[in-house]
Design a protein around this ligand. Structure first.
Ligand SMILES: NC(=O)c1ccc[n+]([C@@H]2O[C@H](COP(=O)([O-])OP(=O)(O)OC[C@H]3O[C@@H](n4cnc5c(N)ncnc54)[C@H](O)[C@@H]3O)[C@@H](O)[C@H]2O)c1
Length: 697
């Protein structure tokens, strides 16, 4: 299929790439470019070639739809396209606008000249996917923009606007007005003046002390990118641009690229990149489902969550009205929001005008009449079914027809809440995470009767609020908290068996978690889990629970807010300090249940915690609570501080090998104390082991 427009203008050929949305350099486009260039070369009336992109980009780089397919590596590869262009006997002029990223920028750098519009986004972002530019980017960019700028751009992957690069050799001209007209004028002049066929590969990198700069980069990057190999390899590839002949350095770049593609870190980053996109796709809901319009919102409850949720709307420019039961709670809630914004402004992250604009978008009320016309209402009142019932019965009476009625409940049954209304099709769960104005995750809970357009609209809203929306079915704890309960249970068993909170936390933090289970619990408030456990003891009397968390709560040690929990805290400080009182409590408890402590290795701690997530995740997947394994990983990456370089629990399990995962679970099951029944590999996991597959295919 032809993916270029080829037009002739006097003695010039203009090749316009045509692969929407961003002219991704897929197989068809690469072939089409080659065909176009060959045609121009063999046409004696043509003296120069202008290469540009149609639509919204020059080129956004590799076509992500082609990733992991044979087409991605089929000839002509991008390297071959660039080789053809660079060796063309007729000058090729890239006309760059809007976006030239990754392979798109490498393509432009393979041309003899480049003319650009201002405002074009220029980047080599490959490092963000754990790889490096593999078609000469690390060799050509430093030659064109200088060693320091080139290094910075490649190691960080950051975007730079074309006008900021105007003084470099990357662009021969930055032009206002019609780009292709200007590029054609440039091409004619180049031909008329016999400017020749300059090749970027022939430029020497000039720098007064290249080796010192490279060493400085190695030292700095070594400190900040410990979990990721790609940034350091980027430096090595750029160093080769300084030290080695071009062709040898190109082979070196290629070798590093192929090495990086195979690393678990790159697999994890690519998994998260695609996982984010996949999460917004719902198999039984077509992408063109008409959406309901969200022009205004209401939030019920101005507590911890309600305030943060209201801020999300204001940040997105959507007017929001906050309703409270009592005036003092309302005042306090709004004051907290203002203080939050003012703090952010003090840190320079938003301007004082932003504070005013956002506060201007937040109204407050004590009366339901004022919220009736909102397009969506999110309830964030106490976690108590009776209170939820009262609120939803009221919402059913007063909200305009078609309004979306959302609940932020973290544990209650969304279908039961929907049943309090005469319009369960309009009811949905929006489970924000604390602090709601900061955390990226939004679990969108699809009730049995939730209408498709309500779900699609809420997922779209998640994007507007700059959240990662992940669909969850109705179950206790939804995806994230249902899994974390098993993780916390294992953490508790390990205290009984011989570990201390600080040892468990340190082991999993070394694995890469932002915070171990006990520090996390102290931060969230130990009473939250205690409240849920008390309910569990009634509902599931057979489920085995470790007891130390209850003993901690019985002493009023609710965590940071009470100055003590699994750790102790000094007034005004958040550092978790090991507490001999807790150690003694644990020792006494072990004695009271007759358990002789043993030493647990960090490896056992990490894998009991992570595989507890995995086994419950497998059940969640099989039950259809999560649509796909990568959705579970997105929940953990964006809401639970799971290390990004490991890609989430399900990908970690895949890379560990599910056969090995099941073997470890069977080993854990032999420990009579860690709830052996739990460790029977979930049926889905067992089946995948049988067939040699992974959760992610
Ligand atoms: N705190 C968290 O980390 C977290 C995380 C996710 C979800 N949630 C859920 O969010 C909801 C709110 O939790 P929170 O932590 O913000 O609680 P909170 O106690 O901080 O706030 C609840 C607010 O609701 C108000 N309220 C109570 N009844 C009301 C009524 N009938 N009408 C209007 N306002 C009323 C209260 O005055 C209070 O300000 C709960 O369902 C909770 O499970 C909490």
């Amino acid at each position: 299929m032809n993916q270029i427009d080829y037009t002739v203008s006097g003695n010039l050929a203009v090749i316009t790439m045509k692969n929407p949305p961003v002219n991704g350099l897929g197989y068809e486009l690469r072939r089409s470019i080659c065909d176009g260039v060959q045609k121009a070369i063999s046409d004696p009336s043509i003296r120069a070639i202008v290469l540009t992109g149609g639509g919204r980009a020059f080129s956004g780089g590799a076509d992500i739809r082609e990733f992991n397919t044979p087409k991605a590596v089929a000839e002509p590869t991008l390297l071959s396209v660039i080789r053809l262009i660079e060796s063309s006997p007729k000058p090729v002029i890239a006309a760059v606008h809007s976006v030239a990223m990754g392979g798109g920028l490498e393509l432009a750098m393979g041309c003899h000249y480049r003319v650009a519009s201002p405002g074009a986004q220029i980047a080599l972002p490959e490092v963000k996917l754990g790889v490096l530019p593999g078609a000469g980017g690390t060799q050509r960019l430093p030659r064109l923009v200088g060693l320091e700028m080139g290094l910075n751009m490649i190691v960080s992957g950051q975007t730079v606007l074309s006008e900021r690069l105007a003084a470099t050799r990357l662009f021969d001209q930055i032009v206002e007005g019609d780009l292709v007209t200007a590029a054609k004028a440039f091409a004619r002049k180049a031909v008329d003046e016999g400017k020749g066929l300059p090749r970027v590969r022939d430029i020497r990198i000039e720098h007064p002390d290249a080796q010192a700069l490279l060493q400085f980069a190695r030292n700095t990057v070594g400190l900040v990118a410990r979990n990721f190999p790609a940034p350091m390899k980027c430096i090595e590839a750029v160093a080769a641009a300084v030290d080695k002949p071009f062709d040898e350095a190109m082979r070196f770049e290629r070798a590093l690229f192929l090495e990086l593609v195979q690393t678990p870190e790159s697999k994890a980053l690519r998994h998260a990149f695609f996982g984010e996109r996949a999460a917004s796709k719902i198999p039984d809901i077509p992408e063109d489902t008409p959406l309901r319009e969200i022009r205004s919102a209401a939030v019920i409850g101005a507590g911890t969550m309600g305030g943060g949720i209201a801020m999300n709307f204001a940040n997105a420019g959507i007017p929001v009205i906050v309703l409270e039961a009592k005036a003092d709670a309302l005042d306090k809630g709004i004051a907290t929001i203002r203080a939050n914004y003012e703090n952010t402004a003090k840190k320079g992250r938003i301007s004082p005008e932003d504070v005013a604009t956002r506060m201007g978008l937040i109204r407050q009320t004590l009366s339901y009449d004022d919220i009736a016309s909102a397009d969506i209402v999110i309830e964030a009142v106490f976690e108590d079914m009776a209170v939820k019932e009262q609120v939803f019965r009221k919402l059913d009476q007063i909200m305009k027809p078609g309004a979306i009625l959302a609940t932020n409940t973290s544990t209650l049954n969304v279908d039961r809440i929907a049943a309090f209304t005469s319009r369960p099709q309009d009811v949905i769960g929006t489970h924000f995470f604390s602090p709601a104005n900061v955390m990226k995750l939004l679990e969108v809970v699809r009730g049995a009767k939730t209408a498709k357009d309500v779900l699609a609209t809420t997922m779209q809203l998640a994007k507007k609020l700059r959240k990662t929306g992940v669909v969850s079915g109705v179950c206790d704890g939804f995806i994230g908290n249902r899994m974390v309960e098993q993780y916390i249970r294992q953490a508790g068993f390990m205290l009984e068996e011989g570990a201390l909170p600080q040892q468990v936390d340190r082991a999993i933090e070394k694995f890469g978690f932002a915070m171990g289970p006990f520090r996390m619990s102290d931060l969230a408030g130990n009473d939250v889990g205690w409240y849920i456990r008390k309910r569990r003891y009634q509902e599931q009397p057979d489920m085995k629970y470790p007891r130390i968390a209850d003993l901690i709560c019985e002493k009023g040690r609710f965590g940071q807010k009470t100055g003590a929990g699994f750790y102790r805290y000094e007034t005004g400080r958040r550092d978790a300090m090991a507490d001999p009182v807790v150690e003694q409590m644990i020792v006494d408890h072990r004695a009271s249940i007759g358990l002789k402590p043993r030493k647990l290795s960090d490896d056992e701690i990490v894998h009991r915690l992570v595989f507890a997530l995995v086994n419950e995740g497998a059940k969640i997947l099989e039950e259809g609570i999560a649509l796909r394994a990568s959705d579970i990983d997105m929940v953990y990456l964006t809401g639970y501080g799971f290390p990004v370089h490991r890609g989430g629990p399900m990908l970690y399990a895949d890379l560990y090998g599910l056969y090995n995962v099941a073997a470890r679970m069977n080993e854990f099951a032999r420990n009579p104390h860690g709830d052996p029944g739990f460790w029977t590999p979930a049926p889905l996991l067992a089946r995948l082991v049988e067939t040699g597959k992974g959760f992610n295919g």
